[in-house]
Design a protein around this ligand. Structure first.
Ligand code: NI
Length: 179
């Protein structure tokens, strides 16, 4: 069973903050750069990966678990990405696709995004990396970097008639990337 009100209850110690939570303000704040990667940041990353897996998400940003830090995780095509202080260097093309957000349960909509992005970040060892992404990974990375700037996917919807309610189900989660 899933409960959708306030905080989304999960088995892990960390909870996903949703837009109707008392702590929702964190979702609208610009998150702070991490800089030095401390053991606390490693713990945060581990917790985020766990929560993303439990929620069947394809991505998660630290503000969604209440940490106003520039950390995102994404898992697409069974490949896990941990990006610290990510920056989108280049955006190319445009694609419209359906998205959902773990912080806005039960709502999906069509969102235009760049088709391809080049992202610079640090990995969890502090090593500088660049990532060229297209397709779903490009979409997820843009969705997550937006979270770090206090932007939610509904802010990016152009055709408001595509905003629709869906029942939480494994089918929806499989069909619509939720991040
Ligand atoms: Ni989201």
């Amino acid at each position: 069973m899933r409960r959708w009100r306030g905080l989304r209850r999960l088995n892990s110690v960390v909870e996903i903050i949703t837009v109707d939570s008392p702590k929702a303000g964190v979702l609208r704040r610009k998150a702070r750069a991490v800089g030095r990667i401390t053991p606390q940041i490693q713990q945060l990353i581990d917790a985020m990966i766990e929560v993303m897996h439990e929620a069947n998400g394809v991505g998660l940003a630290a503000p969604q678990v209440g940490a106003s830090k520039r950390v995102i995780v994404a898992e697409v095509s069974e490949r896990l990405h941990v990006l610290i202080d990510p920056k989108i260097l280049k955006r190319e093309g445009e694609e419209i696709g359906t998205e959902g957000c773990l912080s806005i349960p039960g709502i999906i909509a069509d969102v235009p995004r760049a088709a391809r992005v080049k992202v610079k970040a640090k990995n969890r060892k502090g090593k500088g990396i660049t990532l060229d992404a297209d397709g779903l990974l490009a979409r997820v990375l843009q969705h997550e970097v937006d979270h770090l700037d206090g932007v939610l996917f509904l802010d990016r919807v152009v055709d408001k008639s595509t905003i629709r309610e869906v029942a939480a189900s494994a089918e929806v989660e499989a069909a619509v990337p939720t991040a």
